[in-house]
Design a protein around this ligand. Structure first.
Ligand code: ADP
Ligand code: MG
Length: 647
């Protein structure tokens, strides 16, 4: 009697459960449409994906035909490998790719595509047709798709290569279709997308037709010398004058190679439109590395002008992550600062060679008055750290080889020239101030000051603080204005990174250890960060539940605020994570810097200002704050003269 009752109860329970359950797998076509939102944001993204596929298939000629800026028709014809009939059907399925098979392959991607999403996404939001064949001896296949589903397969006349036609893009996603900008704008995006692919593939012929007009027609550059081919392609494609006028860059180490071309500083423009970086054949936007190139040019250019450059970096794919963004326009390097240093050095040398000074790094001022911060930036690619046993970057890892024998980085540790000396040399010959004013200011801390100045700026250097925010100082060639907060952030950031890499931040013990309660998610984060926090000098332990006990904090935290510092770091970390997607050590170092830096509005003593400047010039990248803003601006004597009409 019991059994039937149980059965009924079970059934009742199952019925209600079924009623309550509401999670379903999406139909494939819906999932593809959603993915299309990311992969195919506009016609240009479809063009980019399809041309990339053609290039991945080894095409030497790619023809693009458009109607209505791509919204009526995008047709891409290539002479690449083509696909077998079975592959042609597979290719349009989501996550179908011939380019990777296992997660290990992600570490050695040499193709432009690998996510296996493009064809599926594009086909789900267009009338899609694929004609493809592998040789001229066998029939090709013609496949048509509607709403992402295969509608028809037919044999077609033999051919080698692939023709893909995308009609009526977004016909079934009206919201997206309505979002399209004016045709000229969409066309401009398409041109930009093709442009960078044509730049990185000089051996491939490209044509582009729009509504019957030929907008682009590029022959394949197939000469013996790769650099000549590259220069010819760049000058055929971009408004940069003759190939002969370009400055070549070509340097390699086992870690990284940089090849490409730079424009002459005199031809610099008012906008950044002609600046291109490529990593492993892929065009990327990378503000920080773009800055590295600028830093090398700095003094050769008037304010607000931007030289042409197209630089192709090749790096072992294990050191770079291209998978951070669905459209793959962003990359992350494992040693971002190292790459920055190398790029700046390489560009500096190339400019030096080309502009007739074989030792540009030690360049004499270009004009009589110019010995300035720029020369400094070039002469000291990788300053050693003064007063610490942290290795300078030149000694670190594989980049070291590049700089060996060329830069004073390794010498720096053995007591040879230091940046502080260089920064001092900036001021050499400056009128000294022995005025009573300065002496009074320093009287209180004479001993400490003497010790500090022994390794840095002379005490005769005049400094002013403006609005408790900027530090003004004269250098031989003019005037420098330093943003105290940006500068201090740079210093703290590099110090934190050094501690994190070497793991010996000093700790000061709290007299009264403090327990702090965190939310569960904050606590999880803290636990993950615990080893790195210890390296920075935090002495913390979990204290049951989601609380921790803080026994010690980094030694350079000023007294009075040691107790709150951990909460603040956690808050800041989460902010950077949310807003900038920063992770791990990079985030921690940024958080330390942002939290600890002296703000605008704080008045500094001359000694503090001096020490700030000294420390700034001991940084590897003194000219930029950790988030890429300038730490200082410079006005040359020339510029001052011009502005006062003193010429
Ligand atoms: P992915 O490029 O990420 O692999 P796609 O969806 O863009 O993904 O393409 C899927 C697969 O279809 C590719 O891996 C490739 O094998 C094949 N394919 C796509 N386009 C072409 C083409 N023009 N020529 C030859 N094969 C192609
Ligand atoms: Mg692809």
């Amino acid at each position: 009697m019991k059994a039937p009752l149980e059965e009924t109860q079970n059934r009742v329970q199952m019925d209600t459960e079924e009623h309550r359950d509401c999670i379903r797998l999406m139909p494939v076509s819906l999932a593809n449409k959603i993915a299309a939102g990311e992969v195919v944001q506009r016609p240009a993204s479809a063009v980019k994906e399809l041309v990339e596929n053609a290039l991945d298939a080894g095409a030497t000629r790619v023809d693009v035909v458009l109607q209505d800026a791509g919204s009526s028709l995008i047709q891409i014809t290539d002479n690449g490998s083509g696909m077998s009939p079975n592959d042609a059907q597979m290719a349009v399925q989501r996550h179908a790719t011939s380019k990777i098979r296992s997660v290990e392959d992600l570490d050695s991607i040499s193709t432009l595509g690998f996510r296996g999403e493009a064809l599926a996404s594009i086909a789900s939001v267009s009338h899609f047709e694929l004609r493809t064949g592998m040789d001229t001896g066998n029939p090709a296949s013609l496949l048509t798709f509607e709403d992402g589903a295969l509608k028809e397969v037919r044999p077609a006349p033999p051919m080698k290569g692939t023709v893909i036609s995308v009609r009526n893009l977004y016909y079934n996603v009206p919201a997206r279709r309505n979002f399209l900008k004016r045709p000229q704008t969409e066309l401009k995006h398409i041109l930009d997308a093709i442009q960078v692919l044509a730049m990185s593939h000089p051996g491939v012929a490209f044509t582009l037709q729009h509504d019957g007009n030929v907008l682009l027609s590029l022959d394949a550059e197939t000469g013996e010398d790769m650099a000549t081919n590259q220069a010819a392609r760049l000058s055929a494609l971009l408004p940069i004058g003759d190939a002969e006028g370009l400055i070549e860059v070509d340097e390699s180490t086992s870690y990284l190679s940089v090849k490409g071309f730079l424009g002459h500083p005199d031809d610099a423009r008012r906008t950044r439109g002609l600046q291109f970086l490529f990593v492993n054949g892929r065009w990327v936007r990378h503000r920080y590395l773009e800055h590295a190139v600028h830093a090398a040019y700095e003094y050769l250019l008037p304010e607000g002008s931007y030289p042409f450059f197209a630089l192709f970096m090749d790096i072992d794919p294990r050191h770079v992550d291209v998978n951070v963004h669905p459209t793959k326009a962003e990359v992350k390097f494992d040693d971002e600062r190292g790459v920055y240093g190398m790029l700046r050095a390489v560009v500096g040398r190339a400019l030096g060679m080309a502009l007739g000074n074989p030792d540009f790094s030690q360049a004499k001022p270009m004009t009589g008055m110019r010995l300035d911060l720029g020369a400094l930036s070039l002469s000291e690619e990788h300053p050693g750290r003064v007063g610490s046993n942290v290795p300078s970057m030149g000694d670190q890892g594989p980049l070291g080889a590049l700089f060996a024998g060329q830069h004073p980085s390794s010498a720096a540790r053995s007591g040879a020239p230091r940046v502080a000396d260089i920064s001092r040399s900036l001021y050499q010959g400056m009128p000294t101030s022995t005025s009573p004013r300065t002496e009074t200011l320093q009287a209180g801390s004479a001993a400490a000051y003497a010790a500090a100045s022994a390794s840095g700026l002379g005490e005769d250097v005049l400094l002013w603080q403006l609005h408790d925010t900027y530090i003004l100082t004269q250098i031989l060639s003019g005037l420098v204005i330093i943003d105290q907060q940006m500068a201090h952030e740079r210093i703290l950031y590099e110090q934190a990174l050094d501690c994190l890499n070497d793991g010996f931040g000093l700790s000061q013990q709290l007299l009264f250890p403090r327990t702090i309660d965190f939310s569960a998610s904050e606590f999880a984060l803290l636990e993950a960060l615990m080893p790195d926090l210890a390296k920075l000098g935090f002495d913390i332990e979990s204290f049951g539940g989601s609380s921790v006990i803080v026994r010690g904090v980094p030694a350079d935290i000023s007294t009075g605020d040691e107790r709150s510092v951990l909460d603040e770091i956690v808050d800041q970390y989460r902010m950077f994570e949310r807003v900038e997607g920063l992770q791990g050590r990079e985030n921690l170092a940024r958080s330390m810097a942002s939290r600890g830096a002296v703000r605008a509005g704080i008045s500094l003593t001359p000694r503090e200002m001096r020490s700030l400047i000294d420390q700034l010039f001991q940084c590897e990248s003194p000219y930029v704050s950790p988030d890429g803003r300038p730490t200082m601006i410079r006005m040359s004597g020339n510029e001052l003269r011009e502005r006062f009409d003193r010429t």
